[in-house]
Design a protein around this ligand. Sequence first.
Ligand code: PLP
Length: 426
Amino acid sequence: MEIENMYQSMGISKEVYNFGKEILEGLKERFEKIDEVAEYNQMKVLNAMQECKVSDVHFAATTGYGYNDLGRDTLEEVYAKVFHTEDAIVRPQLVSGTHALAVALSSQLRPGDELLSPVGKPYDTLEEVIGIRESVGSLAEYGIKYRQVDLLEDGSFDWENIRKAINEKTKMVTIQRSKGYQTRPTLSVARIAELIKFVKEIKPDVICMVDNCYGEFVETIEPTDVGADMCVGSLIKNPGGGLAPIGGYIVGRKDCIERAAARLTSPGLGKEVGASLGVISSFYQGFFLAPTVTAGALKGAIFAANVYEKLGFAVVPNGTESRHDIIQTVTLGTPEGVIEFCKGIQAAAPVDSYVVPEPWAMPGYDSDVIMAAGAFVQGSSIELSADAPIKPPYAVYFQGGLTWNHAKFGILMSLQKLVEAKIVTL
Ligand SMILES: *Cc1c(COP(=O)(O)O)cnc(C)c1O
């Protein structure tokens, strides 16, 4: 009763609250499983930190060249232990996920080499990195060829054409775990395992890299546990735990990391330089919290799927299927629908809740886009956020929530806005 009053004072009607409550009754078992995964991953991270003897001396800020930056080097050991790899790069100098991926790709590939994506079109920003869309400095400009094999209609791998696409020039295979903002299914680690095994049987020395964005800690194993030579992600998504204010990571085989470091800093300098400034303690603390934060975001995604599925909207993934990333798509079907949804997410934010988001023309998009984000870290998508291009089928992409309680409130607020605009009747 007390909690209901609290929600009411925050603008959530009794009807909306009760609707959510009923949905939640049916999700208890599901949430228990998520908590179990988080518990396992918490131990995994804790164990790595203990084994690496993490201490407060590691939290000191370094400046200048950053030689002998113990905090940085130890954090990279912690990441390597958690991902079960030989080495890691975890740095504020990796400015985003796209940058980390660009470094990972360009460091391994040489002129004349071929890169293959056996899982269809990669994330939008990688099109210019690879040169699928012409861009200054792309891999294509360096004479690196790109091949792509799309997933089949039903989301399965096109084994035959993948086999045909691998040739003597194929140096690297890039596998995107999350569907990102596409409609294909997200790949489970088990499916990534199958794919890597298949590729390595055809050509054992191909470097298999996984774009792990949005996938970290959703399962108890990571792609590096099943044969990936490199795994790459952003610290303003899952592994930063909401605390890292910037950064990216690359984990993997020692020789791959050595090449990546030579590309990130400079040949000859590699991992030896790169001051961590004052951000390193947030990297540690965020990584420590990441399993729980990811679990909260996952619960939010599942709650949203079930709320909107019950109301008759198309949702991907659906309310019951197993999850391999934290992104939720809800197709609201009208411009008003996506706008009201995003207004709700914004109104629920701890930061800029009084701002009303509006559709806007954005560079790189062929329609107006509406974005809701009241985040502590600019652009952070492990924090509660939603965005939608204003074009058919009028789908909103929703993700994050630093705590499950906040994600829940955001979803209830989105529903509240839709009810108030008479788009939804309960
Ligand atoms: C977010 C994301 C990226 C790019 O990361 P940024 O930090 O936005 O540059 C790449 N791939 C996938 C699958 C992503 O979700």
